[in-house]
Design a protein around this ligand. Structure first.
Ligand code: FES
Length: 103
């Protein structure tokens, strides 16, 4: 069952081409904005727990700021290295709020 929680106001979300850290009920998230569409990943890189929300976007890839592992912003599947991933969470905008399904 879905559990939608507010992570931030729409005005606080990253702008197109940007990423930002956020938190939902104790879960650290990396929000990304690709051409106006928001997505959310687990903030902690599986390599050495670098903060993905302090990284940057290359196309649709979130780049970890520590050693440049790359994850698809919408799926969490790694482009580099292969066979790695982070959890991806559904995102929706409800009025002025950004919600993430953390179930
Ligand atoms: S901690 Fe993310 S690439 Fe090393």
């Amino acid at each position: 069952m879905a559990k939608w929680v507010k992570v931030c106001a729409l005005t606080e979300a990253p702008r197109p081409g940007g990423v930002a850290e956020a938190e939902a009920e104790g879960i650290a998230l990396c929000l990304a904005n690709i051409n106006g569409e928001l997505s959310a990943l687990d903030n902690w890189c599986p390599h050495r727990r670098g903060p993905l929300g302090q990284g940057w976007l290359e196309g649709e890839l979130v780049v970890c700021p520590w050693h440049s592992w790359m994850f698809h912003a919408k799926t969490g599947v790694a482009e580099y290295p292969k066979n790695e991933r982070v959890e991806a969470f559904p995102v929706r905008v409800d009025g002025e709020d950004v919600l993430v399904d953390i179930e």
